[in-house]
Design a protein around this ligand. Structure first.
Ligand SMILES: N[C@@H](CCC(=O)N[C@@H](CS)C(=O)NCC(=O)O)C(=O)O
Length: 280
């Protein structure tokens, strides 16, 4: 440590530093790039520590985002879209497994992995299964990146409530309206349609009030509730227009502009097996 010419860093010996290098203190990085000379050992040590901190940050980010789970999903499934939005918001990598639940063989195969047979599902590399879109997002949120659920228990409670409220009373009824609209007139279940419309209206009424002073469903930070809304609002206006709901309409537009959501929608648009939207 006292040789001003060949200074041993905390990581690597510097025995390769030879003439004609100017005298002074040196350190080198992983790629054997030499840094120096520094007049004093202390200056070299400060530079080395700053470099190490930068590398640690980079490798933490790498560790956080590297693929360590497989996602079973379908780009057109609303609950898969909800999880994809969260994944893209956080910049995480994953191993994709697209499952077409309409194809009997694929459905049966998938049920061997998860007997309930619902997508999305994530499978961690070391084995555990994590089903249910909201639980998946809770898990992903623990991996760091921009938080989707606040540390503040009161804000978190409202985010979780809106997530459930949107799934149960918007995503599900919109799916009902979608499936009913595809049936021949004689087979349509008017009672189901009426109930679905009643619930969608309840969500619009609630959100019109909640959104009047905020950008996103639960305040000014994009959250789990917006991941849930992203998929539902892709189709909601086709089945129940936003007439009389200016805040809901503006919110649907903001969702459509969000890069993570645009990416999810582009993936749907790029598929050749798309289902036609209803003609209004
Ligand atoms: N509560 C579940 C709902 C998942 C769900 O209903 N997924 C649909 C696709 S969006 C599905 O797998 N349907 C296949 C089936 O019911 O056979 C979640 O939040 O993940």
């Amino acid at each position: 440590m006292n040789n001003p010419r060949y200074w041993a860093s905390q990581w690597y010996a510097t025995k390769f530093a030879e003439e004609p290098w100017p005298g002074g203190w040196y350190w080198h990085d992983h790629q054997y790039n030499w840094h120096g000379p520094f007049k004093a050992e202390r200056d070299a040590a400060v530079a080395l520590r700053a470099h190490q901190a930068q590398e640690r940050e980079a490798s933490d980010e790498h560790e956080r985002t590297r693929p360590h789970f497989g996602l079973y999903y379908h780009p057109r499934s609303p609950y898969s879209q909800k999880v994809l939005v969260a994944i893209y918001e956080k910049g995480l990598q994953f191993t994709p497994h697209i499952v077409n639940m309409m194809a009997e063989g694929e459905r049966e195969q998938f049920r061997k992995i998860y007997p309930v047979g619902r997508i999305p599902l994530i499978v961690l590399n070391h084995g555990p299964l994590i089903p249910e879109s909201s639980i998946i997002i809770e898990y992903l949120d623990g991996l760091g990146g921009a938080p989707l659920i606040s540390d503040n228990p009161d804000v978190a409670r409202k985010t979780r409530f809106k997530d459930r409220f949107i799934d149960f009373y918007l995503t599900e009824p919109i799916a009902t309206l979608f499936f009913e609209s595809r049936k021949p007139d004689a087979e349509r279940d008017e009672r189901k349609i009426e109930e679905a419309r009643f619930h969608v209206k309840a969500v619009y009424d609630f959100l019109e009030y909640e959104l009047s002073g905020s950008t996103w469903a639960n305040g000014d930070a994009f959250s789990l509730s917006d991941c849930s809304a992203a998929a539902a609002f892709c189709y909601a206006g086709d089945y129940m227009p936003y007439d009389g709901y200016p805040a809901v309409s503006a919110y649907a537009e903001r969702l459509a502009q969000r890069p993570s959501i645009q990416r999810v929608r582009e993936e749907v648009a790029a598929r050749s097996d798309n289902i036609a939207r209803p003609s209004s």
